[in-house]
Design a protein around this ligand. Structure first.
Ligand SMILES: Cc1cc2nc3c(=O)[nH]c(=O)nc-3n(C[C@H](O)[C@H](O)[C@H](O)COP(=O)(O)O)c2cc1C
Length: 666
């Protein structure tokens, strides 16, 4: 891929005896796309193939289990612990390599960072019985004999990766999994040959490397991923990590992949929105000074500019873009062809990939990329069977994504938005502290609509008659929602506001003491927004905890800031009335209380707005209602429904009449 853009990023790079076409790496990211028995699935192959086609230099396939089921940490994790998985792995390696990417397979054992629910009832194992605070799991200590068996399992897994046609493996020594548990003084309290001094703590990984090299020979890449700082008291620090790096090089490792954190410091592994871009490049830079083998950096690197600069400044040899490859399979291609502004950047919401994927029994999805996991259907955007006029009403994420895909399919698309800006509730969602990355998605969609010549009319609150005047073949109703009003006496008082209005700045909250009714995500984020402006905030929430509708890592990050801001969150209480100066409540023990309030902010959910769909029913060929207009949910569901509606337009003609013009143009 010769290019004048980002010359440092797009220069070839060597790892061991293999040359990668560029310095961009897709790091391992568990998808939950494995089969019921741990086999590679078509869904997995299509997902990785899209990213290889997208021009990335090195693709490291997500963690595969070397020891089923005790070493498993994701419900649908694929396996490499038995020869019967080699044919599936070969299809995967081939799909990646045939598009010119170097293919590595990460191999992994979870150790203490899993639960019996995932390990199919087995008690998790670890170097020492140190419980995992994040999961609340008590592991069992491994015996010396078991450790020896596990070393062989890693080496055998590596040999299978070679048999399957991968260019190499990456040993997962990062994020507090089994290999990392042996290396870290926080989790390794052993007094035998595997614990104590640094050399003894390294015995497990070094022995894996030695036995692996014996099996795979010198031409096969052995990579090693580790956390250069575990960000936990008593854990690995950068200083020790530099010694480890030198020792790993000496042992014959070909490339070091410098990550950070363990489960107890999860915000360093999978950064929430508040983390700045490239914040942990300094770790790779420090490791690079301790070795001569190539070093990969990773962590919130979202633009080719930053990736290129890291390489140019010699801070790392390769740059891994993780979530940025979920959001955009063509990250490399767009950068290399001078279209970096078309890259759909990850907003670090962690909702689809982490919340829906690895921490749930569902599959990986993505808020900003509905095609993820549905590459078969949505990966490449096929032209429509025939071109029709499409009217989209509503310029939030659902309407914008629908308009984008419909226009990319070749339809003639008009979008009406009643406010003066595109973005809908995304504009509000980006306003609380640390949430500005959401604007990236709004800006991306806005640029794409212009590029694909969607005719956008803002400031137009259209009626059914206005829509019909356009003579559309299909109408997409994405009219969103309005904030719900709880049935509480006093709710219509002069000092009662909706959270949306407060965030948007259309209503001014006077006075010092603010009570927020509703402690879900919107209520909590509005609390932080107001507290940062010097207000004294109390949140009243009916459920047993705050922000339970939030993705866990972003939630903990936000709640961690509450203390400093002095936000008072009360749970298990229901607001019963609002007076001039108080909010009265009752709890589940029927205790009543009264909270002084100069202002009251409501954050109790939203109500769909979809009258237009009813007015249009039967008057247009195709009417789709999507997003919050159906039921208020997150950006992810809105965008997903937008994409699917856009894919459905005019498709039915294909099936209805084989002689129709639609069929003739297919
Ligand atoms: C859904 C998901 C799954 C992940 N699974 C793995 C994994 O299997 N092995 C691994 O070493 N890191 C895993 N990671 C961490 C990523 O490789 C990467 O280090 C992290 O996402 C930070 O980089 P980014 O900001 O570019 O996404 C995962 C990350 C995500 C988002």
């Amino acid at each position: 891929m010769p290019t004048n853009h980002y010359p440092s990023l797009f220069q070839p790079g060597r790892i061991g005896k293999v040359t990668a076409r560029n310095r961009l790496v897709m790091p391992p990211m568990a998808t939950n796309y494995g089969g019921e028995d741990g086999e590679v699935t078509d869904r997995m192959i299509r997902y990785y193939e899209e990213r290889a086609k997208g021009g990335t230099g090195v693709i490291i396939v997500e963690n595969a289990q070397v020891d089923y089921p005790t070493g498993k940490n994701v419900v649908r994790q694929h396996r490499i612990d038995n020869d019967k998985f080699v044919p599936g792995l070969r299809l995967l390696a081939t799909a990646i390599k045939r598009h010119g990417a170097v293919a590595l397979q990460q191999i992994h054992h979870a150790g203490r960072q899993t639960t019996p629910a995932i390990t199919e009832g087995r008690v998790p194992v670890a170097p020492s019985p140190v419980p995992c605070r994040f999961l609340g799991v008590q592991p069992r200590e491994l015996t010396g004999e078991e450790i020896d068996t596990l070393i062989n399992k890693f080496a055998e897994a590596a040999a299978r990766a070679k048999l399957a046609g991968f260019d190499g493996i990456e040993l997962h020594g990062a994020h507090g999994y089994l290999i990392g548990q042996f290396m870290s003084p926080y989790t390794n309290r052993r007094v035998d040959q595997y614990g104590g001094t640094l050399e003894a703590r390294l015995r497990f990984p070094l022995e894996i490397i030695r036995r692996t090299r014996e099996k795979v020979g010198d031409d096969f890449i052995i990579g090693f991923r580790f956390s250069a700082d575990e960000f936990i008291p008593g854990g690995l620090t950068l200083e020790e990590a530099r010694q480890i790096a030198a020792r790993l090089q000496q042992a014959g490792v070909d490339v070091l992949h410098v990550s950070a954190g363990i489960y107890e410091s999860m915000d360093r592994v999978l950064e929430p929105m508040s983390y700045p871009e490239g914040w942990r490049v300094y770790l790779a830079e420090a490791i690079k000074q301790a070795v001569t083998i190539p070093v990969i950096t990773v962590g919130v690197i979202r633009t080719p500019e930053m990736a290129d600069r890291i390489i140019a400044e010699g801070k790392a040899d390769f740059v891994a873009v993780g979530r940025g490859h979920i959001t955009d399979a063509e990250f490399a291609l767009k950068a290399a062809t001078g279209h970096a502004d078309r890259i759909n950047r990850c907003i670090s919401c962690n909702i689809g990939c982490v919340g829906n994927g690895i921490f749930a029994s569902s599959i990986m999805r993505c808020t900003v990329n509905p095609a993820v996991g549905m590459e078969e259907l949505l990966g490449t955007i096929p032209p429509a069977p025939h071109r029709v006029k499409v009217v989209v009403v509503g310029g939030g994420p659902a309407g914008m994504e629908a308009a984008r895909i419909a226009a990319m399919r070749g339809h003639d698309v008009v979008l009406f938005e009643k406010s003066d800006r595109l973005g809908g509730q995304m504009l509000l969602a980006a306003l609380p502290p640390h949430k500005d990355k959401i604007n990236w998605f709004t800006d991306f969609l806005t640029r794409e609509l212009a590029l694909f010549r969607v005719r956008v009319f803002t400031g137009r609150n259209v009626s059914a008659e206005d829509v019909l005047r356009e003579q559309p073949a299909a109408v997409i109703v994405a009219t969103g929602a309005v904030p719900a009003v709880p049935d509480i006496p006093g709710v219509d008082g002069p000092r009662v506001f909706q959270a949306w209005d407060v965030l948007a700045g259309t209503k001014q909250v006077d006075g010092q003491r603010v009570v927020i009714i509703g402690g879900g995500q919107v209520g909590c984020e509005t609390a932080e927004f107001l507290a940062e402006r010097g207000k004294q905030v109390t949140i009243l929430e009916m459920l047993q905890d705050l922000a339970l509708d939030m993705e866990p890592i972003n939630r903990l990050d936000m709640l961690g800031r509450f203390k400093r801001l002095g936000i008072n969150g009360l749970t298990g209480v229901t607001a019963t009335s609002i007076t001039d100066s108080t909010v009265r409540t009752i709890d589940r023990h029927l205790q009543t209380a009264s909270f002084p309030a100069d202002a009251v902010v409501l954050a109790v959910g939203a109500t769909p707005v979809n009258d237009l769909a009813l007015d249009l029913a039967g008057r247009v060929g195709e009417v789709y209602v999507i997003g919050d207009a159906v039921r208020p949910r997150r950006i992810m569901e809105a965008a997903q429904e937008g994409a699917l509606a856009a894919y459905s337009i005019a498709e039915a003609h294909k099936w209805l009449s084989p002689l129709s013009p639609a069929h003739a143009t297919v």
